[in-house]
Design a protein around this ligand. Structure first.
Ligand SMILES: *[C@@H]1O[C@H](CO)[C@@H](O)[C@H](O)[C@H]1NC(C)=O
Length: 263
């Protein structure tokens, strides 16, 4: 398997992951007040971290069902009806559609770290997901100058991806500003880091159902998951940062800092 072949695959994979998450927008619904089930913590409380942790645990079952008032989509399962990706730049031609994308396993996470540092307007969250399972119907066509390793990458069917033991750490750093006399937060910095232990991929019906070629491709993907995962890391990290930023921006634009974390 040569370099171009790998590059083609990386593009496909990176793109799939990127779009699965970014299109998962929560329903736009404006709320004036924080939902009553949200346990609010006080900024200067000595037990702030304990309070925040308790608040999170209480919120957790609702988080998985989605909280439109807080711009949070349902997380278990996370469903995206359709994702499209087309690229036709330079040597790479890519056309792909993913339908009925479903991610399960998000609710089974453990919280490693959940910390607020109000003095620095810093928020830290680290979660571990034992396994995330993704399924979708897909259609992919990729070529590099018409060919990748003497053949186009072509497939149309069902795909499944398992990600094993993912630990994700997120750090948000904000800045205060005044709006209508109240203190609001604007997030300036979003940092995301993640590690994962294993990946299993299966693409059904590759190469018009040519089983030998399809099996070879799947084998290649699974054997090289580490290299593939490293290659898609920048794209994946950027996708996660963008999604997080979009969600928290909406939350922080809708509720003042004084409401979310009163003195
Ligand atoms: C899960 O990943 C972490 C690193 O992020 C590692 O320390 C731990 O040993 C892994 N656990 C398993 C069961 O693979």
């Amino acid at each position: 398997m040569n370099q171009y072949f790998l590059t083609g695959l990386l593009l496909v994979l990176g793109v799939v992951l990127h779009i699965d998450w970014t299109t998962a927008k929560p329903p736009a619904k404006k709320a004036d007040q924080l939902p009553s089930f949200l346990k609010v913590c006080h900024r200067n409380a000595p037990d702030l971290d304990t309070c925040v942790r308790e608040s999170y645990e209480e919120l957790r079952p609702r988080l998985m069902e989605g909280i439109p008032e807080l711009y949070i989509p349902a997380m278990e399962p996370l469903v995206v009806p359709q994702v499209k990706m087309d690229q036709d730049s330079g040597a790479i031609y890519l056309h792909s559609v993913y339908r009925n994308v479903k991610v399960t396993g998000i609710s089974k996470h453990t919280v490693n770290e959940l910390r607020l540092e109000p003095s620095k307007l810093k928020f830290i969250l680290s979660l571990t997901f034992p396994k995330l399972h993704m399924e979708s119907d897909y259609s992919i066509k990729v070529s590099r100058e018409g060919k990748i390793m003497m053949m186009p990458l072509l497939g149309d069917g069902h795909c499944k991806v398992d990600l094993v033991n993912i630990t994700m750490r997120t750090e948000l750093i904000g800045q205060e500003y005044k709006k209508n006399g109240a203190n609001f937060l604007k997030i300036n910095t979003v940092k995301v880091k993640y590690e994962l232990s294993d990946v299993h991929i299966h693409l059904d019906n590759l190469f018009n159902g040519d089983k030998a070629l399809g099996d070879r491709m799947n084998e290649f993907l699974n054997e090289n998951w580490k290299a593939l995962a490293e290659e898609v890391r920048p794209l994946m990290t950027k996708a996660l940062v963008d999604i997080l930023r979009a969600s928290v921006d909406k939350l922080f634009a809708s509720f003042s800092y004084d409401d979310l974390l009163p003195m």
